[in-house]
Design a protein around this ligand. Structure first.
Ligand code: N2P
Length: 440
């Protein structure tokens, strides 16, 4: 009898469990979980997507939107945590790693009656660059769609700093910048671009090409970067490592120079102009990286359909322009509509942007911080996954940042210790005074 009751109880539990998990699966099928960089979209677009999706597919979707500031944080949630994000936005070297580690699903571009904006609107330049992502035999264009792209360089305040002060990586050791420099907390961008200066002789003599340098994760190069960033002149200049607040430090004139991404720079230049602060952006003469962020669908995704429609929606020209206006970054969309919206002959001199918009765009008035010219492209290269050397690079990075933190910690401990001693001496003196008054 007892046995039967137990069996009945187990049966009821398993039915209830199956029922609730089916209900959860059913609910989850109408949710789209997006994981994007902070400050990297016009968020009003998210609601518009749900309306558009209903109109195109007849289906409801509810969005869960989360953000990150560091590629490796996002990657670890998927690689180690197997989190069920439907659509995420890694940079090119992480897309490469995700492809190599089988973490991505191919993106089906058959949208039925809905136009395929991905194939028609993404610039051929971006597709060519994605072809160079080395995904162990998989073509990145089948698994990722370009979103924003740009360079890395120095954003500077023209009141305190001249272009000549920051036209080279050597700027970061210039005593003029003491305590006034913020560096982007993005180890790969800093490591790879700093190497263009530290291994300049090898580049100039042809011992290594720029493309090869972007694969370089040798002990020798890691040591070169670590030693340089730990030099006293450099450490004294660095006020902090920022993931996303450098642009505010610059617009408020708390910092004079920020080594950052071109999109943050374009945004900060506009914002600062409104409060009368003049900022400018320059790519170091030794070189830079040209980086690309793209949308991918991780293999643990639960709503692949909404994910691929979302990616397609972001490739509409009007949506791309709105995102650019909001965040300052350059979209991968290279249509005539985008070109027309971005041109401004009252503000910008003509540049050759034919590599991105096609041959008719060889003299168009575009913001040079966003659509840099061929002079920058010549000294830029795309980064690659550092594979099992990533660990060594990350260790170096925390040693570099830890050293800066320690110096600061010692200062704080010193100040607190002096304050405690002063307070103790003062109270002793007070007590003595009181005692001697009583005696009298
Ligand atoms: C914007 C982040 C941009 C990422 N907050 C550049 N790879």
């Amino acid at each position: 009898m007892k046995k039967n009751i137990l069996l009945l109880f187990a049966l009821i539990c398993s039915v209830a469990f199956t029922f609730t998990s089916c209900e959860n699966d059913e609910q989850r099928a109408h949710v789209l979980k997006i994981y994007n960089w902070g400050d990297y979209i016009d968020e009003t677009i998210l609601d518009e997507f749900t309306e558009w999706y209903k109109q195109e597919t007849g289906e409801d979707v509810q969005i869960i939107y989360q953000t990150f500031d560091i590629n490796e944080v996002m990657l670890s949630k998927i690689e180690k945590g197997h989190e069920d994000y439907d659509v995420v936005c890694p940079s090119e070297y992480i897309i490469e790693r995700m492809l190599r580690n089988d973490l991505l699903l191919p993106i089906d571009k058959d949208f039925g009656n809905t136009p395929n904006y991905i194939d028609s609107n993404v610039s051929p330049y971006i597709k060519d660059c994605f072809d160079k992502i080395d995904g162990s035999g998989k073509n990145a264009n089948d698994y990722a769609v370009g979103y924003m792209w740009g360079t890395t360089g120095f954003l500077y305040n023209t009141k305190y700093v001249n272009a000549e002060d920051v036209d080279s990586w050597r700027a970061i050791e210039n005593p003029k910048l003491k305590g006034k420099l913020f560096m982007k907390d993005a180890f790969r961008d800093i490591y790879s671009t700093l190497l263009t200066m530290l291994r300049e002789d090898d580049l100039n003599s042809g011992r290594i090409t720029r493309d090869e340098l972007m694969y370089d994760a040798s002990d020798e190069s890691i040591e070169l970067v670590e030693n340089y960033l730990k030099r006293d002149e450099v450490r004294n200049n660095i006020a902090g490592w920022e993931a996303d607040f450098g642009k505010e430090e610059m617009t408020k004139e708390k910092a004079w120079v920020n080594y950052t991404w071109s999109g943050d720079a374009a945004w900060a230049i506009d914002e600062a102009a409104e409060v009368g602060v003049d900022l400018a952006y320059i790519v170091p003469k030794e070189g830079t990286n040209v980086w690309f962020d793209g949308w991918v669908i991780p293999k643990y995704a639960k709503n692949v359909k909404a994910a691929r429609y979302f990616i397609n929606f972001l490739c509409r020209s009007d949506i791309a322009v709105r995102n650019m206006d909001e965040i300052g970054y350059v979209s991968a969309i290279g249509t005539p509509e985008v070109l027309e919206e971005m041109q401004d002959s009252t503000e910008f001199a003509p540049i050759d942007a034919s590599f991105f918009f096609g041959e008719d765009a060889d003299s168009v008035c575009l913001n040079p911080v966003m659509y840099f010219g061929s002079d920058v492209i010549k000294r830029a290269a795309m980064m690659h996954d550092s594979g099992d050397r990533t660990e060594q690079m990350l260790d170096m990075w925390s040693r570099v940042k830890g050293d800066n933190a320690n110096a600061m910690t010692y200062v704080i401990i010193g100040v607190v210790a002096v304050a405690v001693i002063v307070a103790a001496v003062m109270s002793m003196l007070k007590k003595r005074k009181k005692q001697s008054r009583k005696k009298w």
